[in-house]
Design a protein around this ligand. Sequence first.
Ligand SMILES: [Zn+2]
Length: 455
Amino acid sequence: SPTFCPACNSRMHSKGLYTRMISHPVFQDGSFLIIRLKQRRWRCPTCGLQFNERFPFVERYKQFTNLTPILVLDALKDLNASTRSVARRFNMSDTQVHDLFTAYVDMKRLPLTEYISIDEVYLNIDPEHNYAFVIMDFTTGEIIDIVENRRQSTLEDYFHRIPLNERCIVKGIISDAYKPYMEYVPRFFPNASSILDSFHVMSFINHQLNIYLNDLIRSKREKLKKEWLRNHPHLGPRDFSPSDTKEIILLRDYRWVLLKNERDINRSYRRYYHPKLKMNVDTSTIENMFFEIDPRLKRMHGLKEDYVSFNHMRFETEKEAAFALKILIQKYRRSTMETFEKIAQFLEVHIYEIALSFTTLTVSRKSEDESEKYYARLSNGPMESFNRKPKDYKRNARGASNFDYTRNRILWSERKDSAIRAVPKPMEQVHSYSLRKKTQKQRSKTYNKKDKTEK
Ligand SMILES: [Zn+2]
């Protein structure tokens, strides 16, 4: 149609058609739709102004329609989809997908809330980013932020940059017993208390019991060796090749008798032939034989179960919880078993952090039914279940990406209302990471050359 010059209103002349190939990846079945776009160039004969015909569905110099970024970003919401697989699906290169995502997605830290969970997640992107540090809102399960590593200097800088009045909002920080985490609480969060996740207390107790069992196996083996040497006076300790006794088999393969929570043991009364033990057994025979090995095992089991039942109790206040725990600690001390003295010591050090973990809150977590609300005890449970996702992502992505990209991918897929940038980042910024890396490499190369010539 006739076009008039926007500057002088003269009728413009066509300088001919130019064909552009525009990809419009709307198909989901692996076929590609490519639009052959004939674009006219106009020239004003009076003032000399020139421009190309414009189309609402594609921008200048772009090889993709305006819908493409939205489709690609949507596909990248699925953490199981690798950059490469999305690139294939949209007939783009890996770099194009990578750059598009970087240009549009820039996830910000969410504001801190009253109860937050902290933990590290193994990302292993490069030696600088082995463990990332994750902050989660306990009540909503939303990831507040992922920090590039858990080093003290990084985290101190990070916390300092959050305004003090925002840090003052935090009432409780749930973590495992990793010392630096607990030390951050009074330093950076003046109104917060540390809360020790009950799962970590349980695994500390089990760890101590495992140590006892390993020592027991060792002493049983030693005894066996001594006896054997006594019976074979002409042979040395090197000739001793033990076959495992019934006791050692039980201590090694049937630790669950001691470690597993009584109520979780799946009992079977069906007897079967056990080839290693060379006898017919069912669950209770195994348990009885296990406890007969060492008289302490039965007592240890009872003391451990005491903690399990304490852990399942409900308390109105943290003071009540602390009181009940104190009684348990005294019982452990009276046991005069080294293992439980160690456990008592641990519990004593963390008594208030454990007591606080009995606090229940109304939570609304991401679930099928968004409106669902329920009471939950403070724990790192939601964090533990989140932690699997970055690991899976790392496995699918097979390395190859940097921390910021990984962080954005995880947050982009995790957050309920993740918005894209209204104005995408300019390309210089998108490429800045890879460009910086390149120039650094080049710099070090030239430096090395200089070094050599100087020598
Ligand atoms: Zn003109």
